[in-house]
Design a protein around this ligand. Structure first.
Ligand SMILES: C[S@@+](CC[C@H](N)C(=O)[O-])C[C@H]1O[C@@H](n2cnc3c(N)ncnc32)[C@H](O)[C@@H]1O
Ligand code: SF4
Ligand code: SF4
Length: 404
């Protein structure tokens, strides 16, 4: 899915499209209540993609165990145990899912707990899947970054892994949350050091750094400065992306809408200051794996779930890996009836884990005001980058229509 900008000559306006949604208020188009004029303008663009991805995505929780003890963790109240299935059984299970879905493109994402605590199993599973499926199978890793080393990085590079490292903010903030369970010490320095190894290696597939946002995250400068220094080493593509923590309103990390707005502004302004790439649109879970028909999670208990955030909850078990049938894959579909909502295509009822944490049910989570605010904030920040450029430079730096 892509966002793109266009410059409309007669109206002298910039338009950013969020796929089929437009941040209409930024456009200087008068009297276009039905939006037809704007649709005409964008009429030449026919790459509105289908959200029901045909990539089969399988999340694999190799262990619920973790060396860190983040207070907000999805899994904090669940047994912190390794997967009950042998690595051979996991390969068999994944193969059954692949052949049953007759998938042409597969993405296996390792998460946890901390998946690198089970690196040997991960390596075995990847090697077996490579032998069976070759290039058809791609891989991802979501890690806290504490146990990365050169040898593992080399393996991930060889197998074209997309890497996502989680960070909770600058050093004091991160260290107050992402602490080791055994000695309560913070993990910031080690993670940044390991991140440095990825850049030094020349990880040319790029790195995604997820910033978990909660009530302590108002200042990103020192973390972004450190990342921006890395980024230039070997010119590795880096995306920093924000993710608000889903926690109960009674949790000390909870932030309300006004705080979310302030945090996202600080995040975007700091990212622009350090010239770091971040998201170019804010979606609200889109057609996430809980809703779609092409994503599933293998829990460490050998059970199947439709979303990795609810692993270990018996109410949301949809089957056993050993008894997989395609019925397990059927998602909830859109959780919102309002298909005419401006943000429908990037929301479909939002992230149901946000309702789960308050009432135990995976349900519609409407965050209209937040989506609207953040997408406009992204747009304004992008425009702000043009201020010091000449008109011609500004025009040429605007992303072209992307219709490939
Ligand atoms: C459960 S962790 C597992 C992988 C690895 N241990 C890590 O921290 O990256 C996967 C991702 O979920 C995020 N996460 C955990 N609990 C969360 C919550 N309550 N709300 C939002 N994100 C959460 C983590 O920060 C991390 O980015
Ligand atoms: S590092 Fe990941 S798995 Fe471990 S406690 Fe934190 S969020 Fe949970
Ligand atoms: S949940 Fe809210 S923001 Fe999302 S599509 Fe429905 S009305 Fe729109």
């Amino acid at each position: 899915m892509k966002s793109f900008y266009m410059y409309e000559d007669q109206q002298r306006c910039f338009i950013k499209s969020l796929q089929s949604c437009f941040v209409g208020e930024v456009c200087r188009i008068e009297n276009d209540e039905s939006g037809e004029e704007l649709l005409d303008l964008l009429g030449g663009i026919d790459q509105i993609e289908d959200n029901s991805s045909d990539i089969l995505t399988i999340y694999c929780v190799l262990t619920m165990n973790c060396n860190l003890g983040c207070s907000y963790c999805f899994e904090k109240d669940k047994p912190r145990k390794d997967c009950v299935l042998s690595k051979e059984k996991i390969v068999d299970g994944i193969s059954t899912i692949i052949s049953s879905k007759n998938a042409t493109s597969i993405n296996v994402v390792f998460t946890g707990g901390e998946p690198l605590l089970k690196y040997d199993s991960l390596k075995y599973i990847v090697e077996c899947l490579n032998t069976k499926y070759g290039e058809k199978c791609g891989y991802g890793l979501i890690t806290n970054g504490t146990v990365l080393d050169e040898q593992k990085i080399e393996f991930f590079s060889k197998n074209k892994f997309s890497l996502q490292i989680s960070i909770d903010g600058n050093r004091p903030v991160h260290d107050s949350i992402r602490k080791y369970v055994n000695d309560n010490k913070g993990s910031y320095d080690l993670i940044l050091n390991n991140l440095g190894k990825i850049y030094k290696f020349g990880y040319d597939l790029g790195v995604a750094i997820r910033f978990n946002l909660g009530n302590r995250n108002y200042d990103f400068d020192s973390a972004f400065e450190a990342i921006s220094k890395f980024k230039d080493v070997n010119n590795i593509e880096t995306v920093i992306y924000p993710g608000f923590l889903s926690v109960n309103p009674n949790d000390e990390m909870y932030v309300d809408l006004n705080q979310q707005k302030a945090i996202i502004r600080a995040f975007l302004e700091s990212a622009a200051k350090y010239n770091l790439n971040t998201i170019d649109r804010w979606n609200n879970a889109e057609m996430c794996m809980f809703k779609n028909k092409s994503g599933i999670t293998i829990g460490a208990d050998g059970m199947l779930y439709k979303c990795y955030s609810i692993v270990g909850d018996a109410n949301y078990v949809i089957g056993k890996l050993s008894d997989y049938t395609d019925d397990c894959m059927v998602g909830s579909g859109s959780l919102c009836e309002l298909s005419n909502c401006f943000y429908s295509n990037i929301c479909y009822g939002g992230c149901p884990y946000n309702t789960y944490i308050t009432n135990g049910k995976m349900d519609r989570d409407c965050q209209y005001e937040l989506i609207d605010y953040i997408n406009k904030a992204i747009f304004i920040t992008e425009l702000g980058k043009l201020v010091n450029l000449s008109f011609e430079e500004a025009i040429s730096s605007i992303k072209k229509l992307m219709v490939d």
